[in-house]
Design a protein around this ligand. Sequence first.
Ligand SMILES: Cc1ncc(COP(=O)(O)O)c(C=O)c1O
Length: 383
Amino acid sequence: MTDRDKPSPATDCVHAGETHLPAGMGINTPVVTSTAFDYREGGVRYPRYANALNHEVVAGKIAALEGAEAARVTASGMGAISAVFLSLMKPGDHAVILDGLYGGTTDLIEGLLEPMGLRFSTWDGDPASLAGLFEDDTRLLMVESPTNPLLSIVDLAATAAVTREHGVVSFIDNTFATPILQRPIEHGFDLVMHSATKYLGGHSDLLCGALAGTRELIEAIHPDIVRLGATLNGQDLALLERSIKTLAIRVERASDNAGLLAQRLEDHAGVECVFHPGLAGHPGHSVAASQMSGFGAMLSFRLDDSVDPAGFLESLRLIRPAVSLGGVETTISQPSKTSHAKIGDEKRAALGIDDRLMRLSVGIEGVDDLWDDLDRALGGSSL
Ligand SMILES: Cc1ncc(COP(=O)(O)O)c(C=O)c1O
């Protein structure tokens, strides 16, 4: 199939999954709020079973965007991750996880899955060392790329090749990249998840998740999504559909803004270093360039010793300190006090996360307004 045989991601954002409605219903998917359906018409329907109209439309859109055979929409990103581990592993089974996954994923593993007898090893992200971590009972490999908060990059094709050779399911949290910039299934991954609370929702007002992959895997996981009660409700699905229609333009604009801000921050006397895969000096730059169509809207930077972190945050006027990410508005967080507050001091230091590290979720505002805000808060010493 040539690229012209399938629609561009921007077109899929708008049209994939849509249903053609009877005359008089207009062009938008109606919001089906019912939780009760007549079982004599078309079988047993119930929203938690993920077979109501809004679910089918949004799952179709997400599957098309990820180039997946099937998808499900969940009540949160953690709902999707929980269902994957609980479905594909049983007590005694082993999984390999990238070191430094999202804190909620680590908390799920340490607080629930390990006490249930599931076993985990951590991986440093080097494809050459991956096969050595696999055991007879290894079922799953889970990664993120780019990672939070230092935007490290995993070579997706090399990683998927090793997992496939060993019969291990490859699973990626694609929240930071979005399917607009990175489609891991094209690089050989089996399963992709999103905290759709972030870019897919995009307006900091929805809590939801998504899972996409082969039909076989999605059908294997589906019963546990239903058992866990992790399906998203109809009203939020309708809002998510509306949001995804603008995903491509939001992500492209935010990613361009982030690329410009990363370069300007790198040249600023108030900044010690910047982490963004679009920068030529980033260790993952060339791999990111080969597997992403843009470098993403997340970046981190470490303040110079001369800048007081609390004073810097206090001085920002447009950019709001906030824990979530992926909204149309630019937000900033201090990982040592937010996403990585709970991990021990030693681990935080080993990961290079200190009070001077700032994580920026760049939005779609005018980039010069964002720069003016950052530059002023940094003491106006841009070169
Ligand atoms: C990278 C990443 N993955 C997963 C999650 C969990 O998603 P949710 O909060 O939608 O459950 C988050 C939430 O912050 C995240 O940032």
